[in-house]
Design a protein around this ligand. Structure first.
Ligand SMILES: NC(=O)c1ccc[n+]([C@@H]2O[C@H](COP(=O)([O-])OP(=O)(O)OC[C@H]3O[C@@H](n4cnc5c(N)ncnc54)[C@H](OP(=O)(O)O)[C@@H]3O)[C@@H](O)[C@H]2O)c1
Length: 257
């Protein structure tokens, strides 16, 4: 039976690059996102280049109904790698965020990732050795004023993934968590941050080396790609959480009253 790598959020950014890099390794793919046209284009490009099978599925991971239907739709496939990459952030003061946006972010960044891990563990066990890769962020290591909820969702992903790694080791399922820093994708447009702070631009990475660090380091627990991000995470361990939050507030160039 053919085995598949399932990638959420494959219509752009890091997810699209994950699809390219696993296609190069001749892995069959199931690609998921809302923008089906983008997924179809990616599929056409990949099957023209590599001898692989690619399925594309349109699903809004922020909707519980769609998510349940999607989980049912993939139940017939043998899956040996789950890449929980879909996610988004939103800039601005928490009090000014729309409630629908707040709930949607929790649904996509936390609930969908958690439910997909839970639903697919039996499938991954049957197809071991297998992998779960969850995409968090360097934001997971700090509290982030003016993107408070986004940083908190990524702290959840980091904590959850490291714990799950310990639980699933005995089942032949390796769990790793990718913690990128600022990366050139559509993320900043979606987050309503069209012009990232110049200091953020300085450390901005291309998406290819970020994904490469994850694909090549998938046996490691926590992957922080790039020297500047590694230094940032180290420095964050040296200052108190409260002080670090003040620094983040300044970097995000927003008034603190
Ligand atoms: N870029 C950065 O600076 C950065 C840094 C740290 C962590 N990350 C994380 O990296 C991951 C990938 O983001 P990216 O940077 O590649 O940004 P991106 O280019 O905006 O890609 C986000 C992907 O998530 C999908 N997605 C969003 N909401 C969805 C929903 N409701 N249902 C299904 N799919 C959904 C999008 O697809 P559709 O819109 O087609 O549905 C898209 O494919 C995210 O988890 C993000 O938090 C990014």
């Amino acid at each position: 039976m053919k085995k598949y790598t399932l990638i959420t959020g494959a219509s752009s950014g890091l997810g699209e690059v994950y699809a390219e890099q696993y296609a190069q390794k001749h892995q069959n793919l199931i690609l998921v996102a809302r923008r089906l046209d983008r997924l179809e284009l990616l599929k056409a490009r990949l099957i023209a280049q590599y001898p692989i099978d690619v399925k594309v599925i349109r699903a809004d991971l922020g909707s519980e109904n769609t998510l349940n239907k999607f989980i049912e739709e993939i139940s017939g496939y043998a899956i040996d790698r789950l890449v929980n990459n879909a996610g988004f952030g939103h800039s601005g003061a928490f009090a000014e965020q729309e409630m629908t946006n707040i709930l949607q972010m929790n649904h996509v960044n936390i609930d969908a990732l958690t439910l997909l891990c839970h639903a697919l563990i039996p499938n991954l066990k049957r197809n071991k050795p297998s992998e779960i890769i969850n995409v968090a962020s360097v934001a997971a290591f700090v509290s982030g004023p003016y993107m408070a909820q986004y940083y908190a969702t990524k702290a959840y992903v980091l904590s959850f993934s490291v714990a799950l790694r310990e639980e699933l080791k005995k089942d032949g399922i390796s769990v790793s968590v990718l913690c990128p820093g600022p990366t050139k994708t559509e993320f900043f447009d979606v987050a309503n941050r069209k012009e990232p702070n110049p200091s953020v631009n300085l450390v901005m990475m291309d998406s290819k080396p970020v994904v490469q660090a994850s694909v090549e380091g998938a046996q490691e627990a926590i992957i922080v790609p790039g020297l500047s991000n590694k230094i940032m995470v180290l420095l964050l361990k040296l200052v108190s959480r409260v002080h670090a939050a003040k620094i983040v507030a300044r970097i995000q160039k927003v008034k603190t009253n």
